[in-house]
Write a new protein. Structure first.
Length: 105
């Protein structure tokens, strides 16, 4: 059964405890199953020629906010002159305001 409490864990927990949980059977025809064969290509190496939206989507999908990621980590290949061959990438909160691409401060 699937609990639909709009992300309010404690409300769901309380409803489960009191027996007033509104349950709904899952529709297995609408789910998607991903297997080991569906892992990101090239071990999630980001290719700069890909659209920025696709790269951003991949980085967000692989960022577990500091928790261990059982899949792989997004990465970029660094120039041969660098100390490391690749750098791991994660999402970041951007402080500030203004239009995208505008120089601020």
């Amino acid at each position: 059964m699937l609990c639909r409490c709009n992300g309010q864990f404690w409300r769901c927990a309380g409803a489960a405890e009191t027996g007033t949980l509104a349950r709904q059977a899952q529709d297995f025809s609408t789910r998607t199953l991903y297997t080991r064969a569906d892992l990101p290509e090239a071990g999630a190496l980001l290719i700069p020629s890909q659209p920025a939206a696709d790269l951003h989507r991949l980085v967000r999908a692989l960022d577990f906010n500091g928790y261990w990621n059982p899949l792989c980590a997004a990465k970029v290949q660094l120039p041969a002159t660098s100390d490391a061959p690749v750098a791991l990438i994660s999402t970041a909160e951007i402080a500030g305001s203004g239009a995208p691409g505008a120089c601020v401060g």
